[in-house]
Design a protein around this ligand. Structure first.
Ligand code: PLP
Length: 456
């Protein structure tokens, strides 16, 4: 480890940072899996920012593809024109679902994609002749983005709190699939799934089934609940309930999609195809801001026989350079066998985390799939009592990671809602190798032990 420290001192900055008093470390170069500060410290990017930089930084193929696109067409207005690169990316995404989601709308972020999804769902209901369907059901402690519509469906109390009066109130929330805290003693997985399906059914009945436009779930509850993969059978039962009531089954794969969970689409693992799907973070790998709404056959059919139009558009949707970057990122993932590597290295990462931290008195749970893992930290391992929010355990570990151990970790969980433990989320790049997994586990463990003390 270098002896250089990372400056986080207050410096007059014109940027409206997350903190108005402290400027975060200044990154002047990014290469492979490392971020370099202006004082020369190399920080291992163990969470890909926020599960974004999936093929690492500064990949020459992506740089070249972007540069070629800049030479060809840097921008044109997508409602009036198309480009070969937008067509190519959309076809790639459609083919990746074997044509089951036959249309794609490219946006500039995860939140924008969720906004487009909500609007598409509503338009579908109206054109189907069911304008009374204007409600959504999502899950507690979920996160679907920070724009108003995306926040409206999110169940993340702290992020909603002060905006609550401005939100539409058209979404209600049911329990997430969260076995660590919610599976009852002696309850089997099928019984747990049935209980959650009944809760969803009850919510439909409470609202009036014909008022519900869609159900919006993260396939893997990612950053706010901490890498919770669905238990077997869960997605299928949820979709069944939705279909019975004529509501759309919408999967938000902004976090979990495009390979991170070990299959290109996370839903493939359960064979449950959504009616609408979002992708974003792993789509462009951070080279350009991009997200995409993927639209299922059922919805396309109704629009095709109705208005023959999607009413929503944005100035920068289908941006050619973003499409070029994303298309090349996806070719790199395919050519380098990186989805397979996510599966293989994910298993190794889970093993190493459990071996290193499994016995720590404050480690309540270590869970994940593919290259999305979370460590849930609790005050009391037996009772699962979280640390007080005020204690800011996860942010303190995050700061220790940066300051002392040259690793960028993603903090979350109890720090925002108090309803679960503090989380440290690991989402390294898909091309990580065994040595780097060992390094990540070692540095992350040291940061945790620095704040909470060693395993006894
Ligand atoms: N949906 C999910 C599941 C996410 O994890 C996120 C971001 O973390 C979003 C939506 C919002 O994406 P963005 O931050 O790109 O707007």
């Amino acid at each position: 480890m270098s002896s250089r420290t990372i400056s986080t001192e207050a410096v007059p900055s014109s940027v409206l940072h997350a903190s108005l008093s402290i400027e975060p470390p200044k990154i002047v170069r990014a290469e492979g899996h490392y971020l370099y500060t202006f004082t020369g410290t190399a920080i291992y990017d163990a969470s890909d920012g926020a599960a974004v930089s999936c093929i690492g930084h500064n990949h020459p193929r992506v740089r070249r593809a972007m540069s070629q696109q800049l030479d060809a067409v840097e921008y044109c207005f997508a409602p009036h024109f198309t480009t070969p690169v937008y067509e190519k990316l959309a076809k790639f995404l459609v083919d990746s679902t074997n044509g089951q989601l036959p249309k794609v709308f490219v946006t500039g972020s995860g939140s924008e994609t969720v906004e487009a999804t909500i609007k598409m769902a509503r338009q579908y209901c109206v054109e189907k002749g069911e304008p009374e369907r204007k409600r959504f059901i999502a899950r507690e402690r979920s996160y679907h983005g920070n724009t108003m519509g995306a926040l409206d469906v999110s169940g993340h109390k702290a992020r909603r709190a002060i905006y609550e009066p401005l939100l539409s109130g058209s979404t209600s929330h049911v329990s997430p699939c969260y076995p660590y805290r919610d599976l009852r003693a002696g309850e089997s997985t099928p019984a747990y799934v049935e209980r959650l399906a009944q809760e969803l059914e009850d919510e439909f009945q409470r609202l009036g089934p014909r008022t519900v436009c869609g159900v919006v779930f993260e396939t893997m509850a990612g950053l706010t609940l901490g890498a919770v993969a669905p238990v077997p059978g869960y997605l299928a039962r949820m979709k069944e309930v939705c279909e019975r009531h004529g509501a759309l089954f919408i999967l938000d794969e902004v976090f979990a999609g495009m390979g991170r969970m070990g299959t290109l689409h996370a839903w493939e693992q359960e064979g449950v195809v959504p009616d609408l799907q979002t992708v974003a973070k792993g789509l462009g790998g951070g080279y350009m801001p991009i997200g995409a709404l993927m639209v299922g056959e059922k919805v396309v059919y109704v629009l095709d026989r109705g208005s023959k139009a999607f009413m929503h558009f944005q100035t920068y949707h289908g941006h050619p350079v973003a499409c070029a970057a994303a298309y090349e990122v996806q070719q790199v993932i395919r050519d380098e066998g990186l989805v397979e590597n996510c599966r293989k290295m994910g298993e190794y990462l889970g093993e190493r985390l459990r071996a290193r931290l499994g016995a720590h008195p404050n480690v309540g749970d270590i869970r994940g799939r593919g290259l999305a893992w979370a460590i849930e930290l609790v005050k009391d391992r037996q009772t699962k009592e979280p640390f007080p929010v005020k204690q800011k355990v996860a942010p303190t570990i995050h700061a220790a990671g940066l300051q002392k151990f040259e690793i960028a970790l993603l903090p979350g969980g109890g720090v925002v809602d108090g309803a679960n433990g503090d989380l440290i989320v690991l989402a390294p790049a898909y091309d990580i190798n065994h040595e780097e997994v060992d390094l990540v586990v070692q540095r992350a463990s040291k940061a945790i032990e620095y704040v909470l003390g060693p395993a006894t």
